[in-house]
Ligand binder design. Sequence first.
Ligand code: HEM
Length: 419
Amino acid sequence: MSEENQKTDVVAALPPLSTDLDWPDDLTPFDPFDVGIQTSPYAHYRWMRANAPVIRAGNSDAPLYIVSRFADVTAALRNAAVFLSQPPGAVVPPGFLLSLDAPDHPRLRQMASKAFTPRAVQEFTPRIAELIAKRWNVVLQNGGGEVMGLFASPLTISVISTLLGVPVEHSAQMRDWTTKILDYVAILLRGVPGGADDAAYVALTSYIGNVLDAASDSQADNVVSNLARLRASGELTAEEASGFAALIFMAGHETTTLLTGNCLDFLSHNPVWLPFLRTEKGAAAFLNEMLRYRPPVHRLSRFVGEDTVLGGYRLPAGASVRLLVASANRDDTAFPDGDTFDPARSNAAHAAFGYGPHMCMGSWLARLEVRLILERIGATVSDMKPDPTIETEALTGGAFATVGLKNLGLSVTPLRNVT
Ligand code: HEM
């Protein structure tokens, strides 16, 4: 058979079912909802990339097509006309860019980008550094503790609150609403009729509406004033402006918290890297490699809008696809020796923030915040190790297919000159 014919045969075939594959003895068939696999998925990812780069898994009535290679994952993310973000039949809350397609997505994204600019975020750098120092000092004075609850989670919500003009003392309330909204939005997007409790969404968006009202005369170039102006000019409706602000809380809080936890966990097992964090360049390189090596978001969902071919297989219109960005980030063809953590590698193009038209809008905020955290750790810590007296617990079933830690117990030794 000619190579061309072989290719055609493969294209005609459906991807293999996960449960029909000849998995090695130490791996159960890949199932994205299996909690054990979610917490430790990299051996599965490696095997799939090498042996079955597109598979069918999940419920056999509604199969999910799982894609694991860098080239296929990024090709699908770039092709937003075919790989859609809006689940069929779903109600998308106003301003919720993540789950919108053209023509609404590009229009709203353009508007939102006018408000959420790198410059508008940059302005907050000293304030973010101050929030980090204040919270990290508590960890230092304690000699460690459960750092997700003590440090990472309250910090990231207070940074987003500050950026959106919400007083820090209200950030615990914002976190409570944000957590509840994640459930509400997940139910809406699944198209479940009724049943979704919108109280937290209404409370958060009306709170933000008041913040925007208060900023309506401001000429400042910050996120809140920019959103207030877009709302006043009618370029964004009031619902879209508040809805976009709610999305920033949702998309930015858990992701940045988990990335911070991944960095801390890694450092506690590899404290040899601590001195590397003492320069801005070292901290930035460490962070970029951590995003590749242990990204907080593992899978992105897409819905096939028309019959298409991906990775040599035919995917039917209506198919539900999971693009494994965390697997793509370990693909040796894009990142030689991909399972090795190496901040010296050139990996600017990793997929931790996605690819294509939906690529993360908050990546500079996340990078700025976590780099400042790492620099603070480099400047204040001489040793860090796991604290076995505090339970370390994995987070599973995160709202955005996130993987990371819910609790992390650390013992932290300050540098001698740090009070
Ligand atoms: C380490 C932290 C973060 C990670 C790993 C991350 C990851 C991602 C990824 C993978 C996407 C693409 C989703 C898709 O294609 O379906 C995305 C989109 C988005 N992210 Fe982030 N994110 C992070 C932090 C943030 C922060 C701090 C904000 C804002 C404060 C933010 C706001 C957004 C928004 C608004 C979108 C939607 C963009 C669109 O659909 O056009 N993210 N993020």
